[in-house]
Design a protein around this ligand. Structure first.
Ligand code: 5RP
Length: 219
């Protein structure tokens, strides 16, 4: 089974968590693209849909959905999104697609966060995937120096501007042995909008697709 099929299967398995009348938050990325393609089949169950990126909004509109602004809806009943890495504690690295800030806002605003991945994303410890960090452009040199002090290697994502008009730093070789502590610590650095560690607000349910089907993990 190829990785697109696995992503499709994980996305399909998440549909059963969407109950009638729910406000649904939608993440970003190729796994979520599979989900968006499936959403018309359960449109009658969805009250409102909120999106984490311009790319997902565009796809949702193509599928016939009117996308609400987060400020127009109350809490999100369910947020469904992919990840670049996930642990069995349901801590995540996200932001490979650069949408991490809006993704973190939607995850924070949601009652339940369902993360959909294929098995290649499941890791023992976060940090092999370079950590995406959204940074205010005027602070980029200062922020890069703070990562160098942590003995990590910050690399600017060339030619990339986020939906919020900021830049992304991909941080290699950062020691993330304690994801909650590292997320909290990095959040204190002025100029950082968001770090791609999702540990203080981790996923509630992880759906992992492999050759044998989709299994579920909860903490
Ligand atoms: C985008 C993200 C994505 O969830 C993450 O990059 C996984 O993407 P994909 O499903 O394409 O592997 O955080 O900012």
């Amino acid at each position: 089974m190829d990785s697109t099929e696995k992503k499709h299967n994980a996305a399909k398995a998440s549909l059963e968590f969407i109950e009638p009348g729910m406000v649904v938050g939608i993440g970003t990325g190729s796994t979520v693209d599979e989900l968006i393609k499936l959403l018309p089949s359960i449109k009658d169950r969805i009250d409102k849909v909120v999106s984490s990126s311009n790319a997902s909004t565009e796809l949702l509109e193509e599928q016939g959905f009117e996308v609400a602004r987060l400020n127009e809806v109350g809490p999100i009943d369910i947020y469904i999104d992919g990840a670049d890495e996930a642990t069995k504690r349901l801590h995540l690295i996200k932001g490979g697609g650069g949408a991490l800030t809006r993704e973190k806002v939607l995850a924070g605003a949601s009652r339940r966060f369902v993360c959909i991945i294929d098995e290649s994303k499941l890791v023992g410890m976060l940090g092999t995937f370079p950590l995406p960090v959204e940074v205010l452009p005027m602070a980029q040199s200062f922020v890069a120096r703070q990562f160098t002090k942590l003995r990590a290697q910050p690399v600017w994502r060339e030619g990339f501007v986020t939906d919020n008009g900021n830049h992304i730093l991909d941080v290699h070789e950062l020691n993330i042995s304690n994801p909650i502590e590292m997320e909290t610590r990095l959040n204190q650095i002025p100029g950082i909008l968001t770090v791609g560690i999702f540990a203080n607000r981790s996923a509630d349910i992880l759906l992992i697709a492999d050759d044998n089907g989709v299994r579920e993990m909860r903490v």
